[in-house]
Design a protein around this ligand. Structure first.
Ligand code: NAD
Ligand code: MG
Length: 394
């Protein structure tokens, strides 16, 4: 049976890999709508390639360019936030949620419709508003399938036993471009150096998060919401080869792990289909050719963001929402060249400590989460010279 699919973030790194999976399985998927941020021509191109029925661009200014680029194709189009929400409202069995950053929260949350599957790449949605999001997903009987490679591996490893018998679930980190660099050398690293990821080819925000290891911190919080595991049962292991993505250690000492070559098409294919494995014409994992795999503990001294995210997960309440917002502002400022690498954790820590004394309870709705998000962004912008548009993320 063909399933209808809508892709949020279709012009990005995950969006492009998703298009490749869909084009290799035309009999499995029919594309209803594609959503992009600012690049009208790239969106029109992916809409044509996939034979989508509707294309929505978040940037209202690109409306005419998009319409022109799609003229004669029969593909409808729209621009602005209302068009993005229209794309999400249209009938689709599966929504692939791959907008980057907290900007993905409102469309991804609006995608929660009874009986749907959400293939979730946008981890910031869960870090910002995980309790509200997961509560409504359960209430509406929406299946959430993680696209993040570590969580996709954990999803299957966890299926080998019962949640109460999980001693520890571990996600791996490649260690990013600065894994072997000294603290001093890292401190003066440019955004260009931070973007040179050794294993994955990704969007700009997640690239910087991978260099600071905040990505792994956000993923711990994501794992907490997806699998209902507390901070004491979640851990991170550095594994430069990025072959083992997630491991579950059981109460009897056995370990179940998920392995694959590092290609996002593998977890994307799995999250899209859900119930069975698609045939993917990709290189196979040859462990004998690889010979050995290495593992090390993360270094909190050189990568303080990971410890900050762990502390936020333990603190709970509004702190994960605050951490996520402050991080986005700091990453924007770092990419703009206005702050240094270690100003990212410094800013996140200062903003979190401003909020921690206030004992704000966990946001129960997305609106509550967005109000905290906005206030945390404003606090961060008072501490560092951030680009103005970063404050108004939506
Ligand atoms: P990217 O920057 O390459 O792509 C982001 C996409 O979102 C683009 O299509 C962009 O146009 C769109 N977009 C941005 N702002 C928007 C807005 N306001 N409204 C609508 N669309 C908007 O990012 P990416 O690397 O593809 O990552 C996307 C998400 O997936 C992130 O949350 C990231 O953490 C997660 N993720 C990515 C990878 C990876 O390998 N790239 C792996 C795991 C998880
Ligand atoms: Mg990941």
């Amino acid at each position: 049976m063909t399933r209808s699919l809508t892709i949020l973030g279709a012009t990005g790194s995950i969006g492009r890999s998703t298009a490749d999976v869909v084009l290799a399985h035309r009999d499995e998927f029919r594309v209803e709508a594609v959503v992009g941020g600012r690049n009208a021509l790239a969106l029109a191109e992916v809409a044509r390639r996939l034979g989508a029925r509707f294309a929505a661009l978040a940037d209202e200014g690109g409306a005419a360019t998009l319409q022109q680029a799609l003229s004669g194709t029969g593909i409808e189009s729209g621009a602005g936030q209302s068009a993005v929400l229209e794309a999400v409202e249209r009938e689709a069995d599966i929504i692939l949620a791959a907008i980057s950053g907290t900007a993905g929260l409102v469309p991804t949350y609006a995608a929660l419709k009874p009986g749907r599957r959400i293939a979730l790449a946008n981890k910031e949605s869960l870090v910002c508003a995980g309790d509200a999001f997961m509560t409504d997903a359960r209430r509406l009987n929406v299946e959430i399938m993680p696209v993040d490679s570590e969580h996709n591996a954990l999803e299957h490893a966890l299926a080998a036993g019962l949640n109460r018998d999980v001693e520890k679930a571990v996600i791996t980190a490649s260690g990013g471009p600065f894994r072997t660099w000294s603290r001093q050398r890292i401190s003066s690293a440019s955004a260009k150096e931070a973007s040179a990821h050794p294993v994955w080819s990704m969007g700009s925000k997640i690239n910087i998060d991978s260099a600071t290891l905040m990505n792994k911190g956000l993923e711990l919080i994501e794992a907490h919401h997806l699998f209902g595991l507390g901070a004491e049962r979640l851990d991170v292991l550095v594994h430069p080869e990025a072959i083992v993505h997630g491991l579950v250690q059981w109460t009897d000492g056995a370990v179940t792990a998920g392995l694959a070559l590092p290609d996002m098409k593998v977890p994307i294919a799995n999250a899209l289909r859900g119930d069975r494995r698609l045939r993917m014409e990709l290189p196979r994992l040859d462990l004998a050719a690889i010979g050995r795999l290495s593992f090390e503990r993360p270094d909190d001294d050189r990568f303080p963001c990971l410890a900050l995210a762990k502390a936020a997960l333990r603190a709970g309440g509004a702190i994960p929402t605050v951490l996520n917002a402050a991080n986005e502002i700091a990453v924007e400022a770092y990419m703009a060249g206005s702050i240094g690498f270690y100003d990212i954790p410094e800013t996140v820590e200062r903003v979190c400590s401003t909020f921690s004394g206030r004992q704000i309870s966990t946001p129960a709705t997305v609106a509550e989460a967005l109000a905290i998000d906005r206030e945390a962004r404003q606090t961060a912008c008072r501490l560092i010279p951030a680009p103005v548009e970063a404050v108004q993320v939506r």
